[in-house]
Design a protein around this ligand. Structure first.
Ligand code: ZN
Ligand code: ZN
Length: 646
């Protein structure tokens, strides 16, 4: 947890204490910090609405003013269960009804792990921490919204009220945040995306979360791909192309199945003729086994054990038979497994490494419909993906080169503020949350840390947030208006290449497993373009602008039109996205149209310009910059595009 997250999570405690004061029967579930603040899930008969916020905030203010200490108390499991049953957890005192969600959370805490309470005043909550020292450290806070959420995100569970808020060190920072939100509303990528005709969501025919890129949006997509391809080529990457789906076996090997199954689209069963019938029969047998299993629960212990073993054996046989029937295919949720098979397709020696396989791969993820959000949360994503297979000796250099690539991109897009969030493992999670390879964790984490420190890049280290198979780095950038986005993730993977049996022949003639770096500096087109729309407020730099140049004529005489059309032809011959507006509308209207369409450069041409061999240049949002010779202007445009000037 960062300091700000710690503060915000502490504010969630204050929120819960305030709600408990107002509605003592409230049942609380979880209250974590989130991107822009915090929330607490509460089960309560009264439907909390924004009209209740002033009253809740007033209670919160009292608690902050009292400057209560966050007092930690370690308890044993029996005590905790007794307290939960007495309704004492996430409450101000004992109650008639048990603290039901806390009771369930207790069951989820593994045996042997410490159980702790945090007390502020009379409010006691089950929590591992960390928190700020005192409630007074929550400098400024505000409740922002209320939504419904299923307990543990599962539709089968009861629906809770999720109260969102945000908190800051002081009021100045909070005011800045809300000003920024106002500005962000004006720059909403969904609004600007529609106005500029960049993409649509055709939920009726295509599906929610599956954007259709319109011609103008596709221009941006392709410019980004071009940038990535050029940059990666220069850095020694090679490109591959892989299908959008694969057999179940691939994802079982990678571990996506079963662990990531929830985020994948359901499988496609490819069964032929008799196979379908046979599968139904086998599945019916499965159901039969389940019934038998239920029946034997009443038997004596010895008999039960024998029958259980017999059922397990039959279960296994049926499972194997089902597996042999036809095939299951899945849409890919990540590109890595395909790339691993590309690596495996040919033998490799240490001389071939590092091998950097790049692909703008399309992935499909089954996000819950409630989670979908414009381009930011979608179900089909085009990822600026690459996997770098290298030896441990090559790691530092490769990892550093990836960081350099990020910095290069940040400069092009004018991201002045960024941070690398380095997530490491935690010893207690080994074998559970993390692959049980203590030596490899230490080695790779040390390597990553060394590179980050020696490169002088801005980073924070956060323990216990790594990926299952290795440390990761989330790259956070701030848009022009100061809003933070996680744009991409780098991961170091020392486990999955082993599961795929990937090897290279080393100098000493033995086969070794390569390390794999997953990196996607430009993230996905969807998220990155969503971010760029906000960052630029839709006013894209010349190289990215869907319509780069519009030639506007002042008059309709034939020679003038020919002169203007020639400018357009010359620009288009050089791949510049130039259009002409030769109509009879007054100049003012033509310029207004071009400004609305956010055309980057307008070339206004009248009789006098033509006679002098000039064009008058006007920049979107900046106005007239004067007349210049035609050839000079065209050369300037080409240069700016080539250099991807901001
Ligand atoms: Zn807490
Ligand atoms: Zn990957």
């Amino acid at each position: 947890m960062t300091d700000l997250e710690r503060l915000r999570h502490s504010a969630a405690h204050v929120l819960a204490a305030a709600i408990a004061k107002l509605w003592p029967d409230a049942q609380f579930a979880g209250g974590p910090p989130v991107d822009d603040g915090f929330y607490y899930d509460v089960d309560l008969k009264h439907r909390i609405s924004p009209e209740d916020f002033p009253a809740i905030e007033a209670e919160m203010k009292k608690i902050v003013k009292e400057n209560q200490v966050f007092e930690k108390q370690v308890v044993n499991r029996e005590q905790a269960i007794a307290d939960a049953q007495a309704g004492r957890l996430a409450a101000l005192g004992n109650r008639e009804v048990a603290s039901k969600f806390k009771l369930e959370m207790l069951k989820d805490i593994p045996e042997g792990e410490p159980i702790s309470y945090f007390k502020t005043g009379d409010f006691v909550d089950l929590c591992a921490g960390p928190h700020v020292m005192r409630t007074g450290n929550v400098g400024a806070f505000k409740l922002t919204s209320v939504a419904s959420a299923y307990y543990k995100g599962d539709e089968k569970n009861p629906q809770l009220q999720r109260i969102y808020g945000t908190a800051f060190k002081n009021k100045t920072q909070m005011d800045e945040y809300f000003t920024m939100l106002e500005e962000a509303k004006k720059r909403d990528h969904r609004k600007i995306g529609a106005e500029m005709g960049l993409y649509v969501m055709d939920t009726e025919y295509v599906g929610p979360g599956l954007p259709l890129w319109l011609p103008k949006g596709t221009v941006i997509v392709e410019e980004l791909e071009k940038l990535a391809k050029e940059t990666e080529f220069a850095a020694g990457y090679v490109r591959v192309k892989t299908p959008h789906l694969a057999k179940e076996k691939l994802y079982k090997t990678s571990g996506h199945l079963p662990y990531y199954a929830e985020s994948m689209f359901p499988p496609m069963e490819l069964l032929e003729g008799e196979e379908e019938k046979r599968r139904e029969e086998l599945e019916a047998e499965f159901v039969g086994l389940g019934k038998e299993h239920a029946e034997i629960l009443g038997l004596g212990q010895k008999e039960r054990a024998d029958r259980l073993a017999e059922i397990a054996a039959r279960h296994k046989v049926i499972g194997e038979q089902i597996e042999k029937l036809g095939e299951r295919y899945y849409l890919k949720a990540m590109n890595c497994p395909h790339h691993h098979r590309v690596f495996a397709a040919e033998p490799h020696s240490y001389r071939d490494l590092p091998l950097r396989l790049a692909e703008y791969g399309t992935c499909y993820r089954y996000e819950q419909s409630g989670e979908l959000f414009g381009l930011m949360r979608v179900r089909s994503l085009n990822m600026n993906d690459a996997h770098i297979y290298c030896t441990p000796e090559q790691f530092a250099q490769e990892f550093n080169a990836v960081n350099e690539m990020y910095l290069k991109y940040f400069k092009i897009f004018g991201f002045d503020k960024y941070q690398m969030r380095f997530s490491t493992s935690a010893p207690e999670g080994l074998g559970k949350k993390y692959v049980d390879e203590p030596a490899l964790w230490k080695q790779t984490e040390d390597m990553v840390r060394d590179v980050l420190v020696s490169s002088g890049i801005n980073f924070v280290e956060v323990a216990n947030e790594a990926a299952f198979y290795g440390p990761k780095i989330d790259v956070q950038v701030w848009s022009a208006i100061g809003r933070e986005f996680t744009i991409a993730t780098n991961q170091v993977d020392f486990a999955v290449p082993k599961r795929f049996g990937l090897t290279y022949r080393d100098k000493d003639n033995t086969d070794k497993t390569p390390l794999c770096i997953h990196r996607a500096p430009l993230g996905t087109h969807e998220r990155f373009i969503g971010f760029l729309i906000e960052h630029y407020a839709g006013n894209f730099p010349l190289w990215l602008a869907p319509e780069q140049v519009r030639v506007i004529t002042l008059g309709t005489e034939e020679p003038l039109l020919n002169y203007a059309k020639d400018v357009v032809t010359q620009l288009r011959a050089q791949q510049v996205r130039a259009e002409g507006d030769y109509g009879t509308d007054p100049m003012k209207a033509k310029i207004a149209n071009a400004e609305t369409a956010k055309v980057h450069t307008m070339l206004v041409i009248g009789g006098r310009d033509m006679e002098a061999g000039n064009v008058s240049v006007r920049l979107h949002g900046k106005g007239n910059v004067g007349a210049k010779p035609k050839a000079e202007v065209i050369a300037g445009i080409l240069q700016a595009i080539k250099e991807r000037q901001a």
